[in-house]
Design a protein. Sequence first.
Length: 248
Amino acid sequence: MSELPLWTGDAGTLLEPSRRALVQLIRGPHLSAQRHGRLWAALLNDEAGIRSRLADMFLDLVVDREAEIAFVRNVTTAELETPQVVRTVPLTFLDTAALLHLRQLLLRVAPGERVIVGSDELGDQLAVYHGKDRGDPALFGKRVSATITKLERYGILARTSTEGRFEISPILRLVLGAQEVASIHEEFRRIAEGDGASRAGAAAASSSGNDGGDRDDGDNRDDGNDGGDRDDGDNRDDRDDGGDGEDE
């Protein structure tokens, strides 16, 4: 076990493993036992201390022990106005439709069971939203690829060893809850009825905010991490998953 202080002039009170877990949570998009084994153990060993430090930054800690995953989101309360620490990532209509489909795939299996999806399968599911690009399959294909890239960047999809196959992050169960899904479906209904089609992308994006992740997020959640001014989005919080290596 590390001893305090960790360096000359160190004013911190958390032990080193707890601080590293705290850093991963803030960097985002999430912390998981699968990807960050020692950090996950550190979180469970000092959850109260880490939760306290996050509260100092107006952030709430969400921990799912069954899925072995955790992430942070903005504190929301009617008692006072709180700063938006985790910033929102804008989602297109196609991004939101993809999130709904991926969430549906997750809900078909037991928690903890891996779910793999192919880029071709996702493209086929999104083809119903081909819309104005129906006469240009190449353009629609680029839009689908852009959606997959965004969801991968923010930790919703993770590449597997098989080309074109992705694992869906279980964090999507948490960041896209029943209330957010109901709001999205309501907006889709309006669009289908021709009432608000011009607001499709913006309204769908705001409906799928992370509470929550980045994200994004998200997730969320969601996934790019830049310390400052961030707002909790579904999975879609703007914290980049590229920099979070396995256990520090």
